[in-house]
Design a binder for this molecule. Structure first.
Ligand SMILES: Cc1cc2nc3c(=O)[nH]c(=O)nc-3n(C[C@H](O)[C@H](O)[C@H](O)COP(=O)(O)O)c2cc1C
Length: 360
């Protein structure tokens, strides 16, 4: 029997165990369509909010987009519409949750499912002090049994897939033995998808930013995890700069997640659908993307959103292209002014157009 997908969600509602080829018993899907994790944009606090995701969605319809991390406690006590609300046009979107209380995480996951997210992801990779004080994020790498219980409760609470985003270890953990033990314990919950930031987190003495740069990357360790557990869906993350590198990683693992490169050089996302998912190559320019964003921007402005809250995510659109500096300058200087409207976006686009025409 075919299972019915939910709106905007690229996979069946109930998790199905895939065969190694990527097919699923009873569910007819080609490996390409049943590979939503082949490319994703990472969860990034303060960056991947709903405006950012809507912008990224104009560049790629296939990439799986992640929210910023939302804590399970905030979901219980906070303004859920503000924390979880999003536009269905952003789909497919996965909600990332932080926490370490199985019951609270189960409740938060259910809220996420009810709001329409097509996946719930547990953060086991964030090294910030705030997160460590709450006993979640990367410090959970030292508590695989607790992660297993958390993920087990989350899976029991929802029909959408539950996934884990983790590191290859923390502090003086052994990247081989301890990481294997972590994954194999967490797998007991039935979870079958791991997104692995391919470096350790050092919990003392490094800032979160340094923890994204200083501990050395070890992609081979992630590849070996896939070799040892071909039945798992393994997504590699960390330091991946572009689509060429993405394609190389895909020879070893099921998916690639880009964070900073996608944010700072978003134009690379326009090739994802064709080069990663095999769709027809798009006939689109960065200026077309600006056009596509205009109705959304107008609607948000009408609801009282400040232009800058949207355009701050678009500053890198012309990065490395003619007019890139002009674009950034007009938006940086003018979008923050009180009452700034669509005319600022149009002015920036016109200036880029003129520069392109002059250079042609
Ligand atoms: C500004 C910023 C905020 C981040 N916030 C989160 C977060 O909320 N949850 C999470 O799992 N990782 C977070 N990360 C880590 C990224 O998801 C990703 O693992 C990391 O940046 C490495 O990937 P990259 O080298 O492609 O950027 C954040 C990274 C950045 C740059």
């Amino acid at each position: 029997m075919r299972q019915r997908p939910i709106l905007g969600c690229p996979w069946p509602v109930r998790r199905v165990r895939r065969s190694v080829e990527g097919g699923a018993p009873g569910v007819y899907m080609t490996p390409m369509t049943f590979a939503p994790h082949r490319f994703s944009v990472a969860p990034m606090m303060d960056w991947t909010d709903r405006h950012c995701r809507m912008f990224h969605r104009q560049l790629t319809s296939r990439a799986l987009l992640y929210t910023e991390m939302v804590t399970a406690l905030a979901i219980r006590h906070g303004d859920r519409q503000r924390l979880l609300g999003f536009d269905p046009a952003e789909q497919p979107v996965a909600l990332q949750i932080g926490g370490s209380d199985p019951k609270l995480l189960a409740e938060a996951s259910k809220w996420g499912e009810d709001f329409g997210y097509c996946e719930v992801n547990l953060n086991v990779g964030c090294p910030s002090d705030r997160v460590q004080n709450g006993r979640f994020g990367a410090c959970l790498m030292a508590e695989p049994a607790l992660v297993r219980d958390c993920v087990g409760e989350m899976r029991n609470a929802v029909k959408v897939p539950v996934t884990v985003k983790c590191r290859i270890g923390i502090d003086d953990q052994d990247e081989e033995a301890d990481f294997s033990r972590f994954v194999e314990t967490v797998m007991q919950s039935g979870v079958d998808t791991f997104i692995v930031h391919a470096r350790k987190a050092w919990l003392q003495g490094l800032s979160p930013k340094e923890n994204r740069e200083i501990p050395p990357l070890n992609y081979d360790r992630v590849y070996r995890l896939k070799q040892r557990h071909p039945e798992l869906t393994i997504i590699v993350n960390g330091g991946i700069a572009n689509i060429n590198e993405t394609q190389l990683h895909l020879q070893h693992v099921d998916g690639v997640m880009l964070g900073r490169a996608a944010y700072h050089t978003p134009w690379l996302l326009h090739e994802v659908d064709s080069r990663i998912f095999g769709d027809a190559a798009p006939e689109v320019s960065p200026l077309d993307i600006v056009e596509r964003m205009k109705p959304y921007v107008a609607a948000q402005l009408a609801q009282g959103v400040w232009l800058q809250n949207i355009t701050r995510h678009m500053l890198g659109l012309f990065h490395g292209l003619a007019g890139g500096r002009l674009w950034r300058r007009v938006l940086s200087e003018e979008a923050s002014r009180p009452g700034a409207g669509l005319e600022v976006l149009e002015k920036a686009a016109e200036q880029v157009s003129s520069r392109l025409a002059a250079e042609a």
